[in-house]
Design a protein around this ligand. Structure first.
Ligand code: SF4
Length: 293
């Protein structure tokens, strides 16, 4: 079975991503975020295990796609989840990908990505998720992920090496981290770290993540008024619009570009890919939809 897979081959109606490949070195993720969506489809979701024979399979899959294809690592389990610090599988995957002249978007919630900045090239961008700058809240929501300030430092180090950086302010959860002050704190830190693009979206409820989220003061009553889309419970559209318009305004004020993820709202800056991959120098994939399998 392939480890390199076309991302969202079904073209979900709310997905505005450019065409790209998805790569997940691990099945499961130890960061154990309460709001995590992977527990809906991965057994023992918070027990990460490397994929069997992953590097050999990646090597084979890379032979079958066109050079300069966009690879996104990862769209599911974090590529820098413990035990990546001991195993180094993600690091070896990066080497293989870049040897083949591909474009790479690294997406993580860990400052362990700093270890690999020495091998990331001018065909890469780094996207880091930060949902709050409040350490106490971050530990509650993302118990085993590095502290927000460490993630900001990682963004700064990548930028200092000339690697374009993206912030994912995602998810925004009503009653938890939707306070404008909290949003501004994250954006101020990202701006100081030299982030160029921000992706944001609101929390979508699934029965599994709802059980874990019950320890947080989520405004569940707002979801009662919302709608079901593709198996997720969304906030009502006007509320999502209000929250994300606030984020957008603050992002643009700080000179960064903005996009939403799976919201179906007309808020994206012009000329960007929602995931920030337009920042990868030499990005040609996605603009014309070319992809090779
Ligand atoms: S880092 Fe991502 S994949 Fe890992 S637990 Fe958190 S939300 Fe899930």
């Amino acid at each position: 079975m392939r480890v390199l897979r076309e991302f969202d081959p079904w073209r979900g109606r709310l997905c505005t991503c450019p065409r790209k490949f998805s790569l997940n070195p691990y099945t499961g993720c130890a960061h154990s975020c309460l709001y995590c969506y992977i527990s809906a489809y991965i057994r023992e979701a918070f027990r990460p295990r490397p994929k069997r024979d992953f590097l050999r399979r990646l090597d084979a899959d890379l032979n079958e796609i066109r050079p300069r294809s966009l690879i996104c690592m990862s769209t599911s389990s974090d590529p820098y989840t413990p035990p990546e610090d001991e195993l180094g599988i993600t690091r070896r995957a990066i080497r293989l990908i870049l040897e083949r002249d591909m474009l790479l978007l690294v997406m993580t919630k860990s400052d362990l990505v700093v270890r690999d900045l020495d091998i990331l090239s001018d065909r890469c961008a780094v996207s880091i998720t930060i949902t709050t700058m409040d350490d106490r809240l971050a530990i509650m929501m993302e118990p085993r992920a590095p502290a927000p300030v460490s993630r900001i430092r990682a963004l700064e180090k990548a930028k200092d090496l000339g690697i374009p950086t993206i912030l994912r302010l995602d998810p925004i959860i009503p009653g938890v981290n939707d306070d404008p002050r909290s949003i501004k704190e994250v954006l101020d830190a990202a701006e100081s770290a030299g982030v160029k693009h921000v992706v944001s979206s609101t929390y979508k409820v699934r029965p599994d993540n709802m059980r874990r989220m019950s320890v947080l003061p989520v405004r569940w009553e707002l979801y009662d008024l919302g709608e079901n889309i593709s198996g997720y419970r969304y906030l009502p559209k006007p509320i999502r619009m209000r929250i994300l318009e606030t984020v957008r305004e603050e992002v643009l004020k700080r000179g960064m570009t903005f996009a939403v993820c799976r919201e179906g709202l007309p808020l994206n800056s012009s000329g960007v890919h929602c995931d920030g991959s337009h920042l990868i120098p030499g990005d040609g994939v996605g603009r014309d939809g070319e992809i090779g399998l």
